[in-house]
Design a protein. Structure first.
Length: 149
């Protein structure tokens, strides 16, 4: 979370908007994703949303739905998403990364386990599109405890 706060503070000092980019993990291939993250940063991205593919991405439009389908056909899982972040960090990625996705895969993985593994991989936070704030109390508490909001 600190990396996210620092990034927005820096953008504010520079009197500019933050550039937040998005890519689905594993699209077009899992092997290319770490380099895509690095390319986004090199192109000026201040923060990167890395989409965790899901079988029923109802909150997304057709482009992201198609990318999810291809990523899932490529065998992408929550575990491999975390590995893509690790690989990008090893190659020098500095920009904060937020995992963006749906609650079911996170719940299946295990909330506390995901927070521990995500922190170790270099993830800075989460956007869970189908987890309303009033239902997210437990997850938010876990995030606060681990430093990832």
């Amino acid at each position: 979370m600190d990396g996210i706060k620092r990034t927005f503070a820096q953008c504010k000092r520079e009197q500019r908007s933050a550039l937040v980019t998005y890519v689905t993990a594993g699209y077009p291939t899992p092997e290319e994703t770490p380099d895509i993250l690095l390319g986004m940063e090199a192109g000026g991205a201040d923060l990167i949303e890395l989409g965790m593919p899901f079988t029923d991405p109802i909150a997304d439009g057709p482009t992201i739905q198609k990318a999810n389908t291809i990523a899932l056909k490529n065998g992408v899982t929550a575990t491999s998403c975390l590995q893509m972040v690790r690989d990008a960090r090893k190659k020098g990625l500095k920009a904060p990364v937020l995992l963006m996705g749906y609650y079911n895969p996170l719940l299946s993985y295990g909330e506390e386990r995901m927070l521990k593994d995500a922190k170790e991989a270099g993830v800075n936070g989460f956007i869970i599109v189908d987890l309303p704030p009033e239902e997210a109390v437990r997850f938010r508490n876990f995030c606060t405890k681990s430093g990832q909001v």
